[in-house]
Design a protein around this ligand. Structure first.
Ligand SMILES: [Zn+2]
Ligand SMILES: [Zn+2]
Length: 410
């Protein structure tokens, strides 16, 4: 009885996922995503359906290749395949493989589909992709020569993956520093929690904690050297009377860029009147550590609804400093760099007070966090129950992987 009910619900869920995929494809086609301030279709779907970023990515992947996989998509809509099954295909399968996988998926589990796709012949190796430059590294115009190592980073919604290549001596120094911070953290942990019962102890510090400790230690040293700011990278001159800003020995900035840079300690801003730097009052614009901690304590993610970013957040002045907005808790809100820029470019509008923010998109609609889910007022899709893949052991010996058709050569 319970299994029958599961089959029925699974079929309906597949069909509903099929409809969500079609909506995602429409959002993608019409470019509706940028309007809402979301970073991507995947992020928008995850936000609006209250689901994980993984789920959002799966839906976006299927949506993007909808035209390429008509049979798989139809099977999803008709409840015969699950979103995860079609998702694996859309994420990894070769071009032109719709028929092949539509047949296979009828009997193959998600992990069997994964294996089958891995057996596809590899496409000819493409030339190495250009390394993605580290974001915000605009103070390092020249790429480091290879002999001195390199740092590249790629970012998805959840994590940033850094690839750090160091020559032997620097590598040894880095390893030793990491090890010493790790040892230190563990010693500290033992001192603090050695006697507590196991259930009450926080987890043992990892090498990632050691890395963060290393960064913080470096940052502290840097901050002591320049006590007025902790991220002084770009120097901007702002003329408070005429509201004109120029980069130090550089081009004039747009209004949006001036306000963006003036907002937080992302830049060292010199406020000037009639060409003369004005007094010490300007230092209050910078967010000190205590205020920053308080901000993080109040709301630890980016204030944009649906954005989960927690790293590298900027403290944005709701009423801008140059318009007389004070640097205090009520006038400050944390934003990720992406949404901070979006705000200063006028694509999203953020109005206070900080405790009950109003965020409005470019069409004037108010954005709210949380999913759009509500009780349905339509019956579930009328599709047959989903019995799932057969679950039989796959015999990979006899399996013929998908072969891309030979390329026409004319
Ligand atoms: Zn700002
Ligand atoms: Zn954000």
């Amino acid at each position: 009885m319970l299994f029958e009910k599961l089959e029925e619900l699974a079929g309906q869920r597949n069909a509903i996922d099929g409809q969500i995929v079609e909506i995602a494809a429409e959002i993608d086609r019409d470019g509706l995503c940028g309007m809402t301030g979301a970073r991507s279709v995947a992020a928008l779907i995850a936000w609006k359906t209250g689901s994980s970023s993984k789920n959002g990515h799966t839906i976006a992947a299927v949506a993007q290749r909808l035209a390429e996989f008509p049979r798989c998509a139809a099977a999803l809509r008709e409840g015969r395949l699950s979103l995860d099954q079609v998702g694996v295909i859309a994420e990894h399968a070769g071009a032109g493989s719709d028929d092949h996988y539509a047949e296979l998926a009828a009997n193959a589990s998600v992990s069997q589909l994964r294996t089958a796709i891995k057996l596809e012949p590899k496409p000819k190796p493409k030339p190495e992709p250009e390394p993605v430059p580290v974001p915000d590294a605009d103070d390092e115009p020249e790429p480091e020569p290879e002999s001195r190592g390199s740092i590249t980073a790629t970012t998805d919604d959840e994590f940033t993956c850094w690839t750090i290549k160091l020559p032997p001596i620097e590598a040894a120094a880095f390893e030793a520093a990491l090890q010493s911070h790790h040892d230190g953290l563990i010693a500290q942990w033992k001192r603090d929690h050695g006697d507590s019962p196991a259930a009450d102890r926080p987890p043992m510090p990892t090498r990632v904690d050691a890395f963060n400790a290393l960064v913080e230690a470096g940052w502290d040293a840097e901050a002591t050297r320049r006590p007025h700011s902790h991220r002084t990278t770009v120097v901007v001159h702002v003329d408070v009377k005429d509201r004109i800003a120029a980069l130090h020995v550089g081009p004039l900035l747009s209004d949006a860029d001036r306000r963006y840079l003036g907002c937080d300690a992302t830049a060292e801003v010199w406020f000037e009147r009639d060409g003369a730097v004005i007094g010490a009052g300007r230092t209050t614009r910078l967010i000190n550590r205590r205020l920053r901690r308080a901000l993080e304590h109040r709301h630890r993610t980016c204030a944009m609804p649906g954005c989960e970013a927690t790293r590298g957040l900027h403290a944005h002045h709701i009423v801008h400093w140059e318009d007389g907005g004070p640097t205090d808790l009520d006038n400050l809100v944390l934003l990720c760099p992406y949404h901070h820029r979006l705000h200063h470019r006028g694509i999203i509008t953020i109005t206070g007070p900080a405790t009950s923010l109003t965020v409005i998109d470019s069409t004037g609609r108010q954005l709210r966090s949380g999913s759009l889910a509500r009780p349905p007022n339509q019956p579930p899709p009328a599709v047959p129950p989903y019995r799932g893949p057969s679950g039989e052991r796959a015999d990979w010996w006899w399996y013929t992987p998908f072969q891309p058709p030979p390329q026409a050569t004319n």
